[in-house]
Design a protein around this ligand. Structure first.
Ligand code: KDG
Ligand code: MG
Length: 401
């Protein structure tokens, strides 16, 4: 199955997505997601200028060989741009292999070890009462796990609380979230979870994303105070690159810790897992080098009882969600999957077999990944430059977003 064509499609049905489409000589094609939010065109250029020419004429069945060739052959290994590009190719090749063999990717990964994968949804509000309402709404829709984010009194804008629906990454220059205060956040967050637990009782799984804002000492303090509310996890308590910080947080709290949505290699995970500093890895098929590499990360984590809870924000396209669905029912140490709802336009541009019903994700039985891109529709949504917000302290100091 010689690769005949590799194309990169950038489309913006509400937000930007980068898709790799690979076609083999017999007309079989596969699709992969290579989106890097806020830096999309860097990956698109990497793929079309540097990777596509290397793939023409290679046998598309050789997923592992091509992965190793792109990873080792670049010499400049790892990093978000390189690994998202490799991921796009990797997903497309798994899609092709499934189609060629007439079987879904979950079957190629070893078959099912669960019927459906539990997802967590988001509840965000500008007030505690609003957050409680949002959690109750999610529970009434059948979700068992909800991530709760709430605006902190005294801070006008912050991660996880959209200014208005669909405005998280507006077109144009980065939005500056002014006035972050870790102190105000630390005083408020235990009160938020006290209110939510009181309203929903002990059973629902509650999650929270600190989004890299805290120092290790602050995160240890917060995790300890949240213990009585029994979170499923506290995500990104400290900067992901500050690995020793997780060792400090771990000494101060038994609240489970999740980390790794920005990780792109097994080497980012290795020490955290081996030391027992984290409970869940958030690496995704998109930003961690595709299904092939994510499999290795999960297999490495398994004997340490570290489980996967892959990143699934809306800036990962429905193709990554398809990969997550196949991976998630085939790999034993997948605990949960993040699920952020895509816009209607996005779902039309990327028709897919996977679905979420009453809080559980299934991949469907279509051969390959069971997801496609409608190129004609995609062409109607041209790229629009956009950035993630940035964060500042009250005095204007740049902070971690
Ligand atoms: O592009 C960045 C987003 O995907 C990220 O900020 C979302 O933290 C996130 C999450 O947990 O979904
Ligand atoms: Mg996160």
């Amino acid at each position: 199955m010689k690769i005949e064509d590799v194309r990169v499609i950038v489309t913006s049905p509400g937000r930007n997505y980068v898709t790799v489409k690979i076609e083999t000589e017999d007309g079989t094609y596969g699709v992969g997601d290579a989106t890097l939010n806020g830096r999309e065109l860097a990956v698109a250029a990497y793929l079309s200028e540097h990777v596509a020419p290397l793939l023409i004429g290679r046998d598309g069945r050789d997923i592992e060989g091509i992965w190793q060739y792109l990873y080792r052959g670049a010499y400049w290994r790892r990093g978000p741009v390189t690994m998202a590009a490799i991921a796009g190719v990797d997903m497309a090749l798994w899609d092709i292999k499934g189609k060629a063999l007439g079987t879904p990717v979950w079957d190629l990964l070893g078959g099912r070890c669960r019927q459906a994968l539990r997802v967590y949804t988001h509840a965000s509000s500008r007030t505690v009462d609003g957050a409680i309402n949002e959690v109750q709404r999610a529970l009434s829709e059948g979700y068992e796990a909800v991530r709760v984010q709430c605006l902190v009194p005294g801070i006008d804008e912050m991660y996880g609380v959209p200014r208005a629906p669909g405005t998280s990454e507006p077109e144009g220059l980065p939005f500056v979230e002014q006035g972050w205060s870790s102190d105000a956040y630390l005083r408020f967050t235990p009160r938020l979870f006290a209110g939510v637990r009181e309203a929903v009782g002990p059973e629902p799984l509650l999650l929270h994303d600190a989004h890299h804002r805290l120092t290790p000492a602050e995160a240890g303090w917060l995790g300890h105070r949240l213990e009585e509310f029994r979170l499923f996890w506290l995500e990104d308590a400290v900067l992901e690159e500050l690995q020793d910080g997780y060792g400090i947080v771990r000494q101060h709290t038994t609240t489970p810790l999740a980390v790794g949505e920005v990780f792109n290699s097994i080497y980012d995970c290795e020490r955290l897992v081996r030391k027992g500093w984290v409970d869940y890895l958030r690496a995704s098929a998109l930003h961690a080098g595709g299904i092939s590499h994510l499999r290795k990360i999960a297999a490495f984590a398994e004997p340490y009882h570290v489980r996967m809870g892959c990143h699934g924000a809306a800036d990962l396209s429905p193709i990554t969600m398809a990969a997550a669905a196949h991976f998630g029912i085939a790999v034993h140490n997948v605990a949960i999957q993040e699920y952020a709802i895509h816009s209607d336009d996005t779902n039309t541009v990327f028709p897919h077999e996977w679905s979420v019903q009453r809080g559980y994700l299934t991949p469907g039985d279509a051969p390959g990944l069971g997801v496609d891109i409608n190129e004609e529709l995609a062409a109607g949504f041209p790229y629009a430059r956009g950035y993630l917000p940035v964060s500042q302290l009250r005095d204007g100091t740049a902070w971690n977003w």
